[in-house]
Design a protein around this ligand. Structure first.
Ligand code: LLP
Length: 423
């Protein structure tokens, strides 16, 4: 459920008509709903409720400072994967003890930043990383909490580009080697192995791979405890999928996911962490765009929008489906026609969808891409010198620009011309 509904024939974000936002910021723009973000966080929080737990929002899905501030105010933790994300988390008000640092390529600078400014735990992904973190921690005279991200070799049954839990993927340490690695950590003065981490992929629409992975983690917990390690925290990653196509069967709910967690690892006495990103932010955001032209091709109609692949790359990159709905509600049973919906960028890959049946649309009509709150704005670029589009946050009847559109001068002046080319 989200908070983007038609009222009196006009699409609203909570109590704000989308055209009101468009007249203030211009299209294209992203708009997020506070009520939906809040609701999704609480669904996870409640699904794990009887267990000691922390929902660590995976900010890679949407790292706008306002979204982060909202999450921090709800009591969330946060999962970061770079020094930049760590800085964003701190700037938004997350205390160090609620920041988890994931990622396969952490540098010494990033480790030092997080150790000095506070960290809940590092999720280690390789032996070389383990040695570097130990060296950095020892130099700083610190003993830092770590988990080892294990690769359980489980098929997440999702798009190949976002599956992370198979042996062929670059993530984690093979679960078969985990006991050796924990034994080695026990001998390192800078590290304290407090738990286990696993994340098998994103946009999972089936609970079975989670179940398989978590059962392997439970088994490993017993084995490591028998080896003498004090395993007291399990980070179970993110990955629960969202309904992109409303006509399809909906993916499992957070409550059902919570049941899997309780069934597989609930009786181990461990504190549970999860790292959802997409389910919290995805359906809390729309990308709103205007039709520039309707162009007739040889055998099809192109709907040319002012949004493009640089603003929302998911369709071009993963062949992802996003619902597209007109901002002015079409009449029930009104005429529909198939469109190829495209952006102005100069490559054929800049196609959002082909042959999609939509109500008749004309120049200046506005449309909204649903489910665009996660992996939308964060993955955008300025390709074709198209400025990053504004982000807007709605709260009941109020809205605020939470990232403004840069000016062309700002974009152009980031480049510099070397002396030898001047004059
Ligand atoms: N934890 C780790 C270690 C991750 O790598 C990810 C996502 C998450 C948590 C959050 O997963 P979520 O709950 O959002 O599924 N750009 C792609 C998705 C990439 C996901 C990367 N890792 C897309 O647009 O579909």
């Amino acid at each position: 459920m989200d908070h983007f509904l038609y009222r009196n024939g006009v699409l609203h974000a909570e109590d704000v008509p989308i055209p009101d936002i468009a007249s203030e910021v211009g299209t294209p723009f992203y708009v997020y709903s506070t009520a939906t973000l809040t609701r999704h966080f609480k669904l996870f929080d409640e699904a794990l409720a009887p267990l000691e737990h922390l929902v660590c929002y995976a900010m890679k899905a949407n790292s706008n400072q306002a979204v982060l501030r909202l999450m921090a105010s709800l009591g969330a933790g946060v999962d970061v994967v770079s020094g930049g994300e760590y800085r964003r988390a701190k700037a938004a008000g997350f205390p160090g003890e609620r920041i988890v640092f994931s990622g396969i390529g952490k540098t010494a600078e990033e480790m030092e930043l997080a150790i000095q400014s506070g960290i809940r735990q590092f999720n280690l992904e390789s032996e070389p990383e383990m040695h570097l973190l130990n060296a950095v921690a020892t130099r700083l005279g610190k003993h830092v909490p770590v988990t080892v991200r294990v690769n359980p070799d489980v098929d997440a049954k999702t798009h190949e580009k976002i599956a992370t839990g198979k042996a062929e993927n670059k993530f984690g340490i093979p679960i078969s080697r985990a006991r050796e690695v924990y034994a080695e950590i026990a001998g390192l003065p800078g590290l304290d192995a407090i738990g286990i981490d696993v994340h098998i992929g994103s946009q999972l629409t089936d609970l079975e791979p989670f179940e398989q992975a978590y059962l392997k983690v439970a088994e490993l917990t017993h084995a490591l405890r028998a080896d003498g390690h004090d395993i007291r925290r399990l980070d179970l990653g993110g990955g629960l999928g969202i309904p992109y196509e409303r006509s399809n069967v909906a993916p499992p709910l957070p409550t059902e996911y919570g049941d899997v967690v309780k069934r597989t690892v609930g009786d181990l006495g461990c504190e549970i962490e999860i790292e959802p990103g997409r389910l919290i932010a995805g359906n809390a955001g729309l990308l709103v765009s205007s039709v520039i032209y309707v162009k007739s091709g040889e055998d099809r109609k192109f709907l040319i929008l002012d949004a493009a692949m640089n603003d929302l790359i998911r369709p071009a990159m993963y062949g992802a489906y996003h619902d597209i709905i007109p901002v002015i509600e079409p009449s029930a049973g009104g005429e529909q026609t198939p469109y190829d919906v495209v952006g102005p960028v100069c490559e054929s890959g800049d196609t959002f969808t082909k042959g999609r049946d939509l109500p008749l649309l004309y120049a200046d009509d506005m449309v909204a891409f649903r489910s665009a709150g996660a992996y939308g704005a964060v993955m955008s670029s300025e390709y074709n010198t198209r400025p990053l589009i504004p982000e807007v946050l709605v709260h009941e009847h109020q809205f605020a620009v939470i990232r403004r559109r840069p000016t062309f001068d700002e974009i152009i002046n980031r480049d510099t011309i070397p002396e030898w080319l001047k004059g």
